[in-house]
Design a protein around this ligand. Structure first.
Ligand code: NAD
Length: 288
């Protein structure tokens, strides 16, 4: 294993950061995890511990026992503590100002590292420009839940060097993932294809062509999708679907990316899907 594949650092200990951390630990790496919130770091450690224990119980933890694996996790609230890692993956909230601030600081405190962002929608080319080493900025777009989902979209900014793309592809493989190269364009590939499909499914319901249940049955049975598009919308969050449609609309400037009014209505009524207990379907046990 090269040095690059032995240690990584992660900024942001939320859903994605902790998922990436758990995956890297299980793959045998040392992980430094940074967050501004001590509570987020505590929660992340607990969640990662639980995830590793479950893998251990199933005999699927090849990198050691859960306890020994967790011992390779270091947590910190200071970005400067990440300086030693060859690759730093940023998984902070989806705000351009916030991410640009983090990249500017990392540019100073970690001059050698490759800086990767897990952004779902922001331009890597613009993010690279705030640093003094734009050729070493790249996108690594993981999917939720990270320990389960096999894909990493590797997003190449206009400035990204070939060796940087190759290094993060090797890193993705070392984490047990499959990297796929995608250009720096709104929604990248998966969200640009998947979210408009969900939007179209909502139009089919809105126009009274079929019920939500019928749409989901049709797509499962007729297109062999494991889950119908509207059940998927509930899982992703109706607010997230609308937000991605707006990003596609703004970035690609085409009328076909107009969010379906039915999605907006559900959102305005607070029916965001599983997380609120209701979206296209009802989830009485899960929501508030
Ligand atoms: P989250 O809100 O669960 O976690 C973000 C974490 O970042 C929080 O713990 C927060 O305390 C921390 N944070 C805030 N400011 C910080 C700073 N300055 N320095 C360090 N940490 C800071 O968010 P998430 O869902 O994990 O998403 C993170 C990124 O991953 C976003 O860019 C998002 O678009 C992307 N993403 C999310 C998903 C998903 O399904 N949730 C999927 C793919 C990509």
């Amino acid at each position: 294993m090269t040095d690059t594949l032995q240690r990584i650092a992660i900024v942001g200990a939320g859903i994605m950061g902790r998922g990436i951390a758990q995956t890297a630990l299980a793959a045998g790496q040392e992980v430094a995890l940074c967050d501004v919130s001590e509570a987020a770091l505590d929660n992340a450690r607990e969640a990662i511990d639980g995830g590793l224990q479950r893998l251990d119980d199933k005999g699927r933890l090849e990198a050691g026992t859960a306890e020994a694996v967790l011992a390779r996790l270091a947590v910190t609230t200071r970005l400067a503590d990440l300086a030693d890692a060859p690759v730093i993956i940023e998984a902070a909230p989806e705000s351009p100002e916030l991410k640009e601030g983090i990249f500017r600081e990392l540019d100073t405190v970690a001059p050698e590292a490759i800086l990767a962002s897990n952004t779902s929608s922001l331009s890597l080319t613009r993010l690279a420009d705030v640093t003094g080493r734009p050729e070493r900025v790249v996108g690594m777009h993981f999917f939720n839940p990270v320990p389960v989902m096999p894909l990493v979209e590797v997003i190449r900014a206009r400035q990204t060097a070939d060796h940087v793309v190759e290094t993060v592809e090797a890193l993705a493989r070392a984490l047990g993932k499959t990297p796929v190269r995608i250009g720096d364009s709104p929604g990248f590939a998966v969200n640009r294809i998947l979210i408009p499909m969900i939007n179209e499914a909502a139009f089919v319901v809105e126009e009274g062509v079929a019920t939500a249940e019928a749409v989901d049955d049709a797509m499962r049975l007729g297109a062999n999708h494991p889950i119908g598009p509207l059940a998927l919308a509930d899982m992703v969050g109706i607010d997230v679907v609308v937000a991605v449609m707006k990003i596609l609309q703004d970035g690609l400037d085409e009328a076909k990316y107009q969010p379906c009014p039915l999605l907006r209505r559900l959102m305005d009524e607070g029916h965001l899907g599983r997380k609120t207990g209701r979206g296209f379907c009802e989830y009485p046990a899960e929501g508030g």
